[in-house]
Structure formats: C-alpha cells, structure tokens
Design a protein around this ligand. Structure first.
Ligand SMILES: [Fe+2]
Length: 159
C-alpha cells in the first residue's frame, strides 16, 4: 500500500476504531459488573438473578471478542487488559460489599444504558463513514442491550 493510501485508510477508519474501542471498554466493564453481581447478589431473588446475570455475562464474553476482532478487521490493534480498558470506560465499579439486589439491578441498568449510548455513537460513525459491517455489528449489539434493559427494568417494577 502506498503512503498516500495508508494515510487515507488511517484517516477514514480512525473515528470508527476510536468509537469501537469505547464500545469494547464499556462492554468489558459491563461484563465485570455483571460478574460481580452474579457472585455477590443476595436475597429472595438470588437464584433467578444469579442465573440471569450468568446468561448476560456469558453473552458479553463472546461479544467483546467480536468487537475486538472487528477492530482487527479494520487493521488496528485492539486494547486489552483490565487497567487499560477501565481507563477507556466511563462505567463505575461496585465495591465487594452487601448491596441490595435491586441496587445491583439498578446499577446494571445504568451500565447497559452507557453501553447502549456508546454503541449508538459507533453505529452512527460507521454509517457516516460507509462501514456497514461495523454498523451491522453495532445494531446487533444494541438489540441485545435493549433486551437486557427491558428485563432489568421489568425486575424493578412494583418492588
Ligand atoms: Fe458462577
């Protein structure tokens, strides 16, 4: 590839890659928060929440791999490691302490909303830059998080 072609590629994909890095970091942070909720949730809803959180973090574990590999597909290197990813994410972390089950759910709603916002930014950036593969991946992820939000919000109804 010529120098000019390389410069053009870097220029056109950088905003997409940057938005994907945020999606990756936020998704990884949500994975960690869902995991800690799975481990530490307590109370009468323990069994259902413990199982639901497992379903969600297992899905997220596969998803972060797809997102990182989309970054590689755009010929950039994917960030990784807890410290690096935490620095790229705006999701706050819960402490390991006694937290009411409804507060775990409320926290995960906030986390899913943050991931959803990052996904929409990445979707729009990909659309603007003419990258339907990334756009498609982001749309699929938005559907997953919209469903998670419906389930989590439903749990909090009438509590
Ligand atoms: Fe487990």
């Amino acid at each position: 590839m010529s120098k000019t072609a390389t410069a053009t590629k870097a220029k056109s994909t950088k905003p997409i890659v940057d938005s994907l890095k945020t999606v990756l970091a936020d998704s990884y942070a949500l994975l960690g928060q869902t995991h800690i909720a799975h481990w530490n949730v307590e109370g009468p809803a323990f069994f259902s929440l413990h199982a639901a959180f497992q379903t969600q973090y297992e899905e997220l574990f596969i998803a972060v791999d797809d997102i990182a590999e989309r970054i590689r597909g755009l010929d950039e290197y994917s960030p990784g490691g807890l410290k690096t990813l935490a620095s790229l994410s705006s999701i706050s972390e819960l402490d390991a302490e006694a937290i009411p089950a409804k507060d775990y759910v409320a926290h995960l709603i906030e986390c899913n909303e943050i991931v959803g916002a990052s996904l929409r930014t990445a979707r729009d950036t990909a659309a603007e830059k003419g990258d339907p593969q990334t756009e498609d991946l982001m749309i699929g992820r938005i559907q997953v998080h919209d469903k998670a939000l419906w389930m989590l919000r439903s749990f909090l109804k009438n509590l």
